[in-house]
Design a protein around this ligand. Structure first.
Ligand SMILES: Cc1cc2nc3c(=O)[nH]c(=O)nc-3n(C[C@H](O)[C@H](O)[C@H](O)COP(=O)(O)O)c2cc1C
Length: 248
């Protein structure tokens, strides 16, 4: 065990923050760590919008489904996939350049945003801050786009609350490693099912004892709910096309 591994293994999402602002030098260090992440062919196809204004955070809390921590955190980061700056760069090199939006460029930008964000998350945690990702930013993406002035070829992948933690939640258990690590060849379904059933039992006690929770449920049931109905954000396809992304 070393300090880095201890930090990574101590991660838990924080949803209650103290009001202390995040100093500008700290934001700079966190974003510096984000920028050090690997990026496909050095394209750096992401941007991040930092929001500290109380009114803007209140509106973003509404737009993300009434998540109070979005309003309460001192710093809300919106991580965006960004092909706009590459379009602009290409035009500097060649005025006739037209970026081809397709599945590949969409994935490059989305993956770059995620890698940078996770570096930022770890950096923030190493400095004593807590974070939680906010996928709810995709609930009403057109309004978020308008609020933040995102140009064509930029979309918000997720938000991230950052601040000094005002809670110490239990870590959320993960799947057994046998479910996610396949040695040489993808595991057979019997092995996967055994691992999921084992995890269901772990999570049954986690959900039962969770502060303010006490729910009688298991992971497989939660996932079946998560992957159906309104949770699927079916508006995203049309929103992304309107932002200039294409899926050819
Ligand atoms: C892309 C992404 C989106 C998420 N969106 C939300 C969200 O909108 N609201 C929230 O409270 N937590 C959100 N989370 C946090 C997850 O629920 C959390 O990471 C997961 O349950 C594991 O718990 P842990 O981070 O405490 O280990 C999100 C996490 C990720 C990676």
């Amino acid at each position: 065990m070393n300090e880095t591994l201890r930090l990574l293994l101590a991660h838990r999402s924080i949803r209650r923050f103290r009001p202390d602002p995040v100093p500008a030098e700290t934001v700079e260090r966190i974003i510096g760590a984000a920028q050090a992440a690997s990026t496909s062919s050095n394209i750096q196809a992401y941007s991040v919008v930092g929001v500290t204004d109380a009114g803007a955070k209140r509106r973003l809390a509404e737009l993300t489904g009434g998540q109070r921590h979005v309003e309460q955190c001192p710093l809300f980061l919106v991580w965006c996939a960004d092909l706009h700056r590459l379009q602009l760069a290409g035009r500097i090199a060649n005025p006739a350049f037209a970026l081809e939006p397709n599945v590949e460029t969409f994935l490059l930008a989305t993956v770059d945003a995620a890698l940078a964000a996770q570096n930022a998350a770890v950096a923030a945690e190493s400095l004593g801050y807590g974070i939680v990702y906010i996928g709810g930013i995709r609930n009403r993406p057109a309004e978020v786009t308008e609020l933040l002035g995102l140009p064509q070829l930029v979309y918000p992948v997720f938000g991230m609350c950052v601040g000094v933690p005002d809670q110490q939640p239990d870590p959320r258990p993960r799947l057994p490693q046998s479910a996610v690590y396949h040695s040489g060849r993808y595991s057979d379904d019997d092995a996967l099912e055994a691992a999921v059933r084992e995890y269901d039992e772990t999570m049954r006690s986690y959900y039962a004892r969770r502060a303010g929770g006490g729910r009688d449920t298991v992971w497989s049931k939660e996932m079946a709910n998560r992957l159906s109905g309104a949770n699927l954000r079916r508006h995203l396809h049309d929103y992304l096309l309107a932002q200039g992304f294409e899926f050819r």
